[in-house]
Ligand binder design. Structure first.
Ligand SMILES: NC(=O)c1ccc[n+]([C@@H]2O[C@H](COP(=O)([O-])OP(=O)(O)OC[C@H]3O[C@@H](n4cnc5c(N)ncnc54)[C@H](OP(=O)(O)O)[C@@H]3O)[C@@H](O)[C@H]2O)c1
Length: 380
């Protein structure tokens, strides 16, 4: 059996990945990483005796676990996220970290020729050019875990990318799609955390409400499928039944429909896109999916979505600027330090003032991330 490492095993995607590998007996889980929710480590070690390597964010916590489990190897911090990729000798890495923290582990996994199952879309937003270069050089392999991108990959099955007229990435529209824009200033944290159809980590849930998540998914599609940005569009499906669509040059559409269950795209990535199997997910009656109703994206209400194509057009450190500003704003909003509408205002301001670098080194991307976060705090 192939060996698996899960980065971010305590999160929403991480725990669902654990569920998939235990249900379908897919891998030997050899290594995991967690952040602050380290309570889950005992449970995972008990359930998966093959785990031999663990990274925990805080050093003092990792040290305590090392004493408790002397036969396992514990690491900590950002270095621990990289060291475990090398030492565990995993064949496959699931990157289910949130935010910029996922970038270097994605790069390291590919450099070491691993198969990378990528939920951490921020890796492509901030470092898409670096990842593209590694893949072009034949380093590693990449499979997406995002439901929309797995849907697109399924629609492209046996098709040529040159035959694609449009990729339509579906969006639920989030909790505020029907809310008057004048009411946005009154949005509370608990309102923004109510995603209509998916249960996810807090950061992506807020990004889904502002449409920054959809902006990032446009960038993700650009890098994953090598299609020009003028062929990628968002489309609203309020019920999240259609996970995305592809329109081909001959007028044919393909769309992928199914329950809002992340275990399906996780399974797809973990089996490297092989759909010819009998493993079954929940049975859903066909009439659950009737009455498709697509709506246009409202760009005026959700202007952050425009940053998707902007990041692709500018490249350089623009993805890092926008991602860092967004991450900090989302965390400050979740901590009740700024209002919902400030998220957009602060990001716009940072994009205006922070120096753009056309051909940054990886160190400059890291520096950008660091400086933009500080700048957000100065502005607040
Ligand atoms: N959830 C979904 O349905 C979904 C769907 C599509 C794509 N995605 C993408 O998948 C990624 C993960 O999302 P999620 O919803 O699973 O997030 P989540 O529930 O917040 O989990 C994130 C994981 O990353 C860990 N982590 C975060 N920052 C870290 C750091 N600095 N150092 C070490 N570990 C860190 C967390 O540790 P602790 O929690 O222990 O602190 C947790 O294990 C995101 O990029 C998201 O956009 C998610």
């Amino acid at each position: 059996m192939k060996k698996l490492l899960i980065l971010g095993a305590s999160g929403s995607i991480g725990t669902q990945t654990l569920d998939v590998i235990i249900t379908y007996k897919l891998y030997d889980l050899v290594a995991i990483t967690v952040g602050n929710r380290f309570d889950i480590v005992d449970e995972i070690i008990a359930k998966f005796p093959t785990v031999k390597y663990v990274t925990i964010k805080e050093k003092n916590v990792a040290d305590k676990y090392q004493e408790k489990y002397p036969n396992l190897q514990f690491y900590s911090g950002n270095e621990g996220l990289l060291k475990i990729i090398e030492d565990s000798k995993a064949d496959v890495v699931v990157n289910a970290l949130t935010g910029f923290a996922g970038l270097l582990p994605s790069i390291k996994s590919l450099e070491l020729n691993k198969i990378l199952c990528l939920a951490n879309k921020e890796s492509l937003v901030v470092g898409g050019e670096f990842i593209k270069k590694l893949l072009k050089e034949g380093k590693g392999k990449l499979y997406p875990i995002d439901s929309e991108h797995v849907a697109i990959a399924k629609c492209l099955y046996n098709k040529n990318i040159n035959d694609v007229d449009k990729i339509l990435i579906t969006a639920s529209g989030g909790p505020f799609f029907d809310l008057d824009k004048n009411e946005f200033k009154n949005i509370k944290v608990e309102d923004a955390l109510k995603h209509p159809n998916w249960s996810m980590g807090k950061k992506i849930t807020i990004d889904s409400s502002t449409m920054m998540n959809k902006a990032f998914e446009i960038v993700e599609a650009y890098y994953l499928f090598d299609v020009p940005p003028n062929k990628i569009f968002p489309l609203v499906d309020r019920k999240s039944h259609v996970h995305s669509l592809v329109k081909f040059n001959n007028g044919e559409y393909r769309l992928q429909v199914g329950p809002s269950d992340m275990r399906i795209p996780i399974y797809y990535a973990l089996t490297f896109g092989k759909c010819d199997n009998n493993d079954k997910f929940d049975d859903v009656e066909i009439n659950t999916f009737d009455n498709y109703e697509f709506k246009e994206m409202n760009y005026e209400k959700f202007p952050l979505i425009n940053y998707g194509k902007f990041i692709i057009e500018k490249k350089g450190n623009m993805g890092a600027i926008i991602n860092a500003a967004n991450e900090e704003c989302v965390y400050e909003f979740l901590n009740f330090n700024i209002n919902y509408v400030d998220i957009k205002n602060i990001i716009d301001k940072i994009v205006d003032v922070y120096p753009y670098i056309k051909n940054p080194t990886l160190d400059e991307i890291i520096k950008t991330d660091h400086e933009v976060r500080n700048l957000v705090h100065e502005l607040i």
